[in-house]
Design a protein around this ligand. Structure first.
Ligand code: TXA
Ligand code: MG
Length: 337
């Protein structure tokens, strides 16, 4: 079997990644959010390899990554003024804007949609790779479809060994969960996926923000889906995940009633003193939880968990994104104590 190569975060690693990408191959690359499975966004054969490696449904569109604001208009058109304002505030960084695509972006990249998600990442290696290959890079998160997003090169290797040629190792991603995704309605914006750029951050720029129903609710069968990624069960370890709302004492009692074998609790750091059952902690602040959440879900699998009970996080700021990912990891199973 082909063994996937890990490339070092230096000029040789960057040149090798760029060479592979230019020749139509798929490479795992770091970004500030999560690792991406990158290919030349303008090359349909290269993009097809992403869907194959990931096992991703073909109607789920990819995000296109650019390395300079000036190239925005090469790939998308009819850009509203508010999009430039958002770019000024949040680019380079973890914000994706859905805009009408130009023909240079093939249909396979946009999942057949007339729009495409576009992002200018802040991660230095990501930008250097994009610049070195001279192409915009289509990149979904570099996990197997459905499993937790990868935040280290090792996570990518665990999912993709034998499926792609190389991974550029940029260390742990600083944000830890995927970018905020917005679309535009007139001069207003719609939040399709919460991320490190929070609802509060967006509201500080414009009051004209609508939060999509798909963020906190399971979409009914047949509903018109604005962000196709919202349709799928997502971010899930093999273990059965349940989100648990209620204070620590109720949580402890609840876990004690679950029959201990293969049960792991995911707690806040401040909870763990004296907690009597097997547990992992995923941080106290929302940004620490964002950084840890996917790595900890993967660790639950490595520990052989059958059931994972997760303390439900605060939903303010970045917390909304943490909650949104956990809700999907749990397949919307929430217990209110
Ligand atoms: O942080 C990120 O965004 C990472 C890194 C690698 O940049 N990428 C990422 O890609 O999370 P992915 O494919 O795992 O998630 C993309 C999300 C999906 O929910 C998809 O449906 C939505 O963005 N999306 C992409 N293009 C869209 C479009 N044209 N219209 C609506 N939603 C779109
Ligand atoms: Mg993903």
């Amino acid at each position: 079997m082909l063994k996937t190569k890990i490339l070092p975060p230096n000029s040789e690693g960057i040149s090798e990644a760029a060479r592979l990408l230019k020749s139509g191959e798929v490479v795992g690359i770091p970004t500030e959010t999560v690792y991406g499975l990158a290919a030349d966004a303008t090359n349909p054969e290269a993009v097809a390899k992403i869907f194959l490696a990931k096992g991703r449904p073909q109607d789920n569109p990819l995000i296109v990554h650019i390395a300079a604001l000036e190239s925005l208009e090469t790939y998308v058109k009819d850009i509203p003024a508010i999009a430039y304002t958002l770019a000024e505030h949040f680019w380079p960084g973890p914000l994706t804007m859905v805009l009408p695509k130009r023909e240079i972006i093939p249909d396979i990249t946009s999942g057949g949609l007339s729009t495409v998600g576009i992002r200018f990442p802040s991660n230095k290696l990501a930008r250097e790779v994009i610049s070195a290959c001279g192409k915009p890079l289509a990149a979904p998160s570099a996990n197997l479809s459905g499993s937790p997003s990868p935040t280290t090169a090792q996570h990518v290797f665990d999912d993709m060994n034998g499926r792609i040629l190389s991974i550029l190792d940029g260390g742990a991603c600083t944000v830890g969960l995927e970018s905020t995704v917005v679309s535009f309605e007139g001069e207003g914006i719609r939040l399709l996926r919460p991320g490190f750029v929070s609802l509060e951050d967006l509201l500080a720029v414009t009051q004209n923000v609508v939060t999509d129903d798909g963020i906190l609710n399971m979409l009914p069968e047949g509903a018109r889906v604005l962000s196709p990624g919202m349709k799928y069960k997502h971010y899930s370890p093999r273990a059965n995940v349940t989100l648990v709302e209620g204070d620590l004492s109720k949580f402890t009692k609840f876990v004690s009633e679950q029959g201990g074998d293969g049960v792991i609790s995911m707690l806040f750091d401040s909870d763990c003193d004296g907690f009597p059952f097997e547990n992992l902690t995923f941080g106290d602040t929302a940004s620490a939880q964002a950084f840890n959440v996917f790595a900890k879900l993967r660790e639950c699998d490595a520990l052989g968990a059958k059931s994972v009970f997760v303390r439900s996080p605060d939903r303010r700021g970045v917390g909304l994104a943490v909650y949104n990912r956990l809700l999907r990891a749990a397949g919307f199973k929430v217990v209110k104590l």
